[in-house]
Design a protein around this ligand. Structure first.
Ligand code: UD1
Length: 425
């Protein structure tokens, strides 16, 4: 197994090109199940989660070619509708195939994703919405067995909670349904918006895109022709590098981004003392490393994203004062707190609220526990005195493309080493 070794306390300077958004590419790849042509997807990040979903589709009979950042998928040959446990258990977002498979074939079996490190994360909202659309759902031997022999029917869906992949699943299912589906309390994340825009531009009329009320006019199981797609930039990757510069100090230009998707993040960082220069598709981040404390409540877009909570906790560890973070979306998303404490952080947890008193960080051996928690440890390590070794970095490989080379290019001292190699002192 590999680990990352980081020597802290270095200024960062240079440029980073941001990759395509993993969380936008995943539903787009699932959406190819609705296509009657070979779909070309540009700016697809080469990260483990994307490769997992491609593998899942290949297991169903699809063909795929993935070179550099161009992915081409043809799903017309799908001859199985069973997404098996061995793949689904490695990535919850595999549940995104449920809606499109059921809509196209009238039957599918998808392994239950189970719990995950950051909380129980049920899929009840996905399932009850599909039932409203006429599906029969049975849970048997760890699988969701869904059928709608005569196809799905348009329905009114009111989500009790805002769910990102739930909205995406139902938008895709509704695209091939018979009749009109209205989704109330839909997610408005940019990744949901891109999925809806692609469908709307390729033969599925969708109204209300970017609002919490979507109206989808189903094609009654007629597959669609999908033009070439370019995945939107990864706002969480961009936010993570902003935090890296904020804590280490320096001047770094982040290229290939959409500043409009980053307002919640840049405005919190501005409050903490970070300076920005904005362009149409780039942002220059300028920091002297002196950070003011922050107060954060995670919420749905356009509010502050839960996927940036861990990274801001790392910043709070060195801020000049007391910060608070209220995690409202997931019940167990503070596992990075105990690892940051190993580096000297002063963090007190009370249910979903963390109180962080800023101070100094020192290098230590720490364990990555989930994708974004891992990036928080990297951010802390960039500021820490001495050497930090971050273990279990397979979590990072799920969602950050070329992380070490991007950080090395802006002056960080970061190496990927094998656990077999003796630690450097
Ligand atoms: C997506 C993102 C993830 C992000 C999260 C919140 C992808 C692939 N993943 O995850 O990175 O952290 O949005 O922005 O896009 N819930 C239920 N029942 C359901 C579905 C969800 O109770 O059927 C709850 C969840 O437990 C959670 C909340 O709703 O408390 C929001 O979760 P959701 O938006 O569904 O997260 P994901 O789509 O899994």
């Amino acid at each position: 197994m590999d680990y990352l070794q980081i020597k802290g306390a270095k200024n960062l300077e240079g440029k980073i090109a941001i990759s395509g958004a993993k969380n936008a590419a995943l539903p787009i790849i699932a959406m190819t199940i609705l296509a009657k042509n070979r779909v070309k997807i540009q700016n697809t990040p080469q990260v483990a989660d994307i490769k997992t979903l491609i593998k899942l589709l290949q297991n169903l009979g699809a063909t795929a070619e993935f070179k550099d950042s161009t992915l081409q998928i043809e799903t017309l040959n799908i001859n199985s509708t069973k997404a098996t446990y061995d793949i689904v258990r490695t990535m919850r977002a595999s549940i995104l195939v449920l809606g499109p498979l059921l809509a196209r074939f009238g039957h599918c079996e998808v392994s239950l994703p189970g719990g995950c490190a950051i909380g129980a994360r049920p899929i009840d909202l996905h399932l009850s919405a599909l039932e409203k659309m006429g599906a029969k759902i049975e849970i048997k031997d760890g699988y969701v067995i869904a059928s709608a022999n005569d196809g799905l029917k348009g329905a009114n869906i009111v989500f009790d909670k805002i769910t990102v992949t739930g909205t995406e699943n139902i938008v895709m299912a509704a695209s091939l349904a018979n009749g009109i589906t209205k989704i109330f309390n839909a997610a408005k994340e940019p990744e949901v918006v891109q999925l809806c825009e692609i469908l709307n531009q390729n033969g599925v009329k969708i109204e209300g895109i970017g609002t919490s009320e979507l109206v989808i006019y189903g094609t009654n199981r007629s597959l669609i022709n999908i033009d070439e797609i370019t995945v939107i930039p990864d706002r969480i990757e961009a936010g993570t590098y902003m935090c890296a510069v904020a804590i280490a100090g320096g001047k770094v230009v982040l290229e290939n981004i959409n500043p409009d998707h980053l307002v919640a993040i840049t405005s919190k960082l501005s409050d903490m003392g970070v300076k920005f220069e904005f362009g149409s598709n780039f942002i220059k981040v300028i920091s002297d490393g002196n950070l003011k404390p922050c107060n954060i409540i995670t919420t749905e877009f356009p509010g502050f994203p839960t996927d940036m909570q861990a990274q801001f906790m790392a910043l709070a560890c060195v801020a000049d004062g007391v910060s608070s973070i209220d995690e409202r979306l997931f019940e167990n998303r503070f596992m990075h707190a105990s690892e940051l404490s190993r580096m000297g952080a002063d963090i007190k947890l009370n249910a979903h609220i963390a109180t962080i008193t800023g101070g100094k960080l020192n290098g230590a051996d720490v364990m990555a526990t989930d994708l974004r928690a891992s990036s928080a440890l990297i951010i802390a390590a960039l500021r820490a005195q001495g050497i930090t070794r971050i273990h279990r970095i397979y979590h990072l490989d799920r969602g950050y493309e070329n992380l070490e080379s991007k950080l090395t290019a802006i002056g960080a001292d970061i190496k990927r080493l094998s656990e077999r190699v003796n630690y450097e002192s």
